[in-house]
Design a protein around this ligand. Structure first.
Ligand SMILES: [Zn+2]
Length: 225
């Protein structure tokens, strides 16, 4: 904890003062550009990997970047998305998974029949990734280790986008074209972010649109299907 306490002091005396004008402006309210749903993994720092500032991203985090379907009780993710779209007027919703995800490792393990009984609450939460587990079981048996985990992470992002569509506030605003959904993958080995491209069914690196189809994915997933 000592490093964190030192960091707090440093921020108050240096970081905050460097952005004093920004923080003064943010006192009157927030107008974030996007809602980012991502994993709780400490190795993902959304503002760092998107080079964004306080006030730019409305961030929702949980284990495995999951979005429980509509009708699930005490759905905090639904509350956050509803607030983002209705109260803040956010038009872009992003689900961002990542390589080497511990939650996806657990999903892959359960697809292989391994029990993670030591973590009953995690196991219960990961039921929102049941479809991911079945896709892994059906299509990725030929992949091993990290490649299989990364494939699960890619498929999971797409599964969670489908769950997002079940939320009434998302369905209504999608049908009127007021909001857009995005699937991202963060490759932590290189710091690259890939965006899902529906036309090709692949994840494409940002800034890499001219790359030939077939060489686009390098997080280890959908090309292996
Ligand atoms: Zn993760």
């Amino acid at each position: 904890m000592q490093q964190l306490v030192q960091g707090i002091h440093h921020f108050q005396h240096v970081g905050f003062r460097e952005r004093e004008q920004l923080f003064r402006r943010l006192k009157s309210g927030q107008q974030p550009e996007a809602c980012l749903i991502t994993c709780a993994d400490s190795r993902i720092v959304p503002n760092l990997i998107t080079n964004s500032e306080p006030g730019q991203l409305f961030i929702v985090r949980n284990v495995g970047n999951l979005v429980p379907c509509y009708g699930t009780s005490n759905n905090g993710e639904l509350a956050a998305v509803e607030y983002a779209v209705t109260a803040l007027g956010i038009q872009d919703l992003i689900v961002c998974g990542h390589t080497r995800c511990g939650a996806m490792q657990a999903v892959v393990d359960s697809a292989a029949g391994e029990d993670s009984g030591r973590l009953p609450s995690v196991q219960n939460w990961l039921r929102h990734a049941d479809a991911t587990r079945e896709i892994v079981r059906a299509h990725y048996g030929h992949l091993k280790g990290v490649a299989r985990v990364n494939a699960a992470a890619e498929e999971n992002v797409l599964v969670q986008l489908e769950h997002l569509r079940t939320l009434p506030v998302v369905a209504a605003n999608l049908s009127s074209g007021r909001i857009r959904l995005h699937a991202w993958m963060y490759k932590m080995d290189t710091g690259e972010i890939f965006q899902y491209e529906a036309e090709t069914g692949q994840f494409v690196k940002f800034g890499d649109v001219s790359v030939q189809s077939g060489s686009r994915v390098s997080t280890g997933g959908r090309t292996g299907r």
